[in-house]
Structure formats: C-alpha cells, structure tokens
Design a protein around this ligand. Structure first.
Ligand code: PMP
Length: 411
C-alpha cells in the first residue's frame, strides 16, 4: 500500500499507519526479493538449491566443543564480559595473521572485528558514503552489498563482469569519461552470484586506478579459501594501500557465531570503529574468544580447509555431471570454488522466473537471477547452490527441476 509522508511524498509501505514516520533512507536499499525466495525454500518438503549457506557437515563441531570448554574453564570472566569495539586482541591478531597469509602484511591495529562481513559492508557504507555518491560494482552483483550501498543513499555504477571478474578496462573507460566512484566493490574469488575470479592482471589494474583516481577498493572475500585446487590469488592490497578487506569466516568456519574481520587503511579504522560503536558496541566477546583460540592453533586451519575443499569440490563435480546429464538446457561453467553454479536457461520459451515458479511447485527451490542484476538482462539466468544437498537429495532435486522445466515449456 502507499502512504503519504510528512513531507508530502508518497511511498510504498509495509507498515500501515507508520509510513509517514519512516525515515526516507528506509526505502533506499530495500529489497525483499531474496528474503521471499529463501522463505519459500524453507517450506516443508522443499529441497533447496537456493540458499548461499555452507554445508552443516563443514562445521568443525568437535573442535568448537573442545575450544568452548577451554575458553569457559580458563577465561570465562573476560570471555563473557564486554570487550573493546574494535575487537578482542587475540581475534584481531588472528585476523591480521590470516590477512598477511593471503595479502599484504597488516598489524592488528588495522583490524576491526565485525558481526559478519555484512556488518562490515554496512559500516563501510555508512562511514564513507553520502547521498548521491557513486559506488562501482559487478553487474550482476551481491545483493547484500547492493542493499548496504543503496541504503546509504549511493548511486550504483554497474560494470560488466565475466569469468575473470570485473571488466576493469570498462571501469577505466568510465573513469576517463569523468565517473568518480568513491568505492569500487569486488568479490575477488568465486563471486556471488557469477562465480568469477578477478584475475591477477585486473587486480593490478584496479589497484593502479585506485591510486590514480583516489577511490577505495572494497574487497569482500568470503569464498577465497574455498578454491577446490587450494590456489588463491593475493589480495589487491599487495598492490595498493587503498583497500578495505572484508574477511568473512561464515563459509569456512560457521556463519552462526557472526564473527568476521576487516582490515582498513590506518586512517580509516578509527572512523569504522566509531560507526560500529553506535551500532552494536562490539561483536560478541565469547565467539571472538572461541574463534581466536581455534585459529591460534597452527594445525587447525590448513587441515580444515583441505577437508572443505574436498567436500565442496566433490559436491560440485557430482552436481555438474548430473546437471549436464539430466538438464541439457542448462548452460554453466564448472565452478572452480565457492558454493554456486551460475546458469543460463538455453530455451527461448523458458525464463528463470517461470522456471522458479514451476520448480517451487515441484518442491525444488532455486534463485532466479533477476534480483542480482542491476542493468544486465536477468531474465534467463539463475543461481544454484551445490553445497547442502546429499547424493540422494541431489538426484531427487534434479529430477524435480527436470519436471519443472517440462511444465514451464508446456505453459
Ligand atoms: N559477501 C558476500 C559476497 C556473501 O556472499 C556473503 C554471504 N552470503 C556475505 C558477504 C555476508 O557474509 P557474513 O556471513 O560474513 O556476513
């Protein structure tokens, strides 16, 4: 329904009776598309290839149990207490160490612990963006980032993207033509949703443009540790100091603790900490103690990541083979890491929205690509997760998708 605000503007509202009280910014980044899709995926009897969630058997449960016991027996007084906004010292050090292994060396003073990388995106947006500021990003793009940037009032500069990530040459053209983004947002490994990996040459070029034009690169990397062959490219921050790195642990340890880290240039960390302080004071202390203890064991992470790469690599290969055998109308590149297939429906009669509706009716959830697309045509693309279904569910899910396609064609 629409309501008239105090300023005389009308707007759509989901809060009848209160629309006139809502701040203008509440309308800016709003998108219920993915929420609706994921809610449908959770309906009873529905198999889901929709969510971007890790496999439950990827969680290091027994190690977490042991570490939790240790933290409670040795450090309960501190671990259950308030902690500094920027994060618990041991967790900041663990994030700095991981940052140094995968990019430029940083001191713990340049680390802030956040409640997931999603909060990092929000804090970066609130700290750096004024209404009307420009943010460049891949199109299709990660919806959580689009929401955070739009929510801060930013204008988006969508850029084409391919298997090697953002078309940095097109960014360069846009800059030369006068575009002045404050931020350029990239997902450097196994982009959500496209699966692209920003290649080495483009990283260098992007860093060079950041230096030349004075923007910041926001590098959001939840999937870099999930390369099936274990190879990852160094962060863009080895080429430039103008980089904020968001280092989620959700896909490699677990999302439920909501502990992530970011690194930022020295001059910005204080501003980001101030923004976090007004938001939630701090990230949960106990979770930081637990993860710092886990990451502090040098034998843990390498073995754990090897297990995850095998787990997801096997799932991706098995799913790819089955999709190719049973759904020849679905076109995709084999993923090299991450959790997703980014697919095109190769049939002029079937859009991904139509397939989505029929798929839900058959009891299999997928994500149609349109919500990720800013300017690109999203009518025939879709995202499938291979992460959570076991072998039996996979067979059943793909059979349901085949039936959905047949129905959609007959529509
Ligand atoms: N960035 C990207 C690209 C993601 O795919 C996700 C999770 N879907 C996030 C950020 C959010 O991660 P976190 O759980 O750390 O908030």
């Amino acid at each position: 329904m629409t309501e008239t605000r105090g300023t005389g503007e009308t707007r759509e509202t989901t809060t009848p009776g209160f629309g006139h009280l809502l701040a203008r910014r509440t309308a800016w980044g709003r998108s219920d598309a993915i929420g609706r899709i994921l809610a449908a995926a959770n309906a009873p009897g529905v198999l889901s290839m929709a969510g971007g969630i890790p496999a439950p058997d990827s969680f290091p449960v027994s190690r977490l149990a042991a570490v939790t016991d240790r933290v409670l027996s040795r450090s309960a007084a501190a671990a259950l207490q308030y902690a500094p906004t920027e994060g618990v010292a041991a967790m900041r050090e663990a994030v700095a160490a991981r940052a140094g292994e995968t990019g430029a060396a940083v001191g713990a003073e340049r680390v802030m612990v956040t409640c997931g990388s999603q909060q990092g995106l929000d804090l970066v947006a609130r700290t750096l963006l004024d209404e009307g500021d420009l943010v460049a990003l891949d199109d299709p793009g990660y919806l959580g980032a689009v929401q955070a940037f739009r929510g801060a009032g930013a204008q988006l500069l969508p850029l084409p993207t391919d298997r090697d990530g953002m078309r940095v040459d097109i960014l360069e053209d846009r800059l030369a033509a006068g575009a002045r983004p404050k931020l350029v947002y990239v997902v450097p490994h196994f982009h959500n949703p496209t699966g692209g990996v920003l290649d080495e040459e483009r990283r260098r070029a992007l860093a060079g443009l950041a230096e030349r034009y004075g923007f910041l690169v926001v590098e959001d990397d939840p999937y870099g540790d999930l390369a099936f062959d274990g190879e990852r490219l160094p962060s863009t921050d080895v080429h430039s100091d103008r980089v904020i790195r968001l280092m989620s642990l959700s896909k490699t340890l677990c999302p439920g603790l909501r502990v992530a880290g970011l690194t930022a240039p020295a001059g910005l960390i204080g501003e980001l900490v101030a923004a976090k302080q007004s938001s939630d004071l701090q990230t949960n202390t106990f979770g930081q103690y637990v993860l710092a203890e886990l990451l502090g064991d040098p034998s843990f992470l390498p073995a754990h990541l090897t297990r995850l790469r095998t787990l997801y690599g096997d799932k991706a290969r098995a799913t790819a083979a089955l999709l190719r055998e049973r759904l020849p109308w679905l076109v995709f590149d084999d993923p090299r890491g991450g959790l997703f297939f980014w697919c095109t429906v190769d049939d002029p009669q079937v859009t991904s929205d139509l397939l989505y509706e029929h798929a839900l009716a058959q009891g299999i959830a997928i994500v149609p690509g349109k919500p990720f697309c800013i300017e690109q045509d999203g009518s025939r693309v879709l995202r499938l997760s291979f992460a959570t279904l076991d072998e039996e569910q996979r067979q059943e899910g793909v059979s349901r998708l085949a039936a959905a396609f047949a129905k959609a064609r007959a529509d």
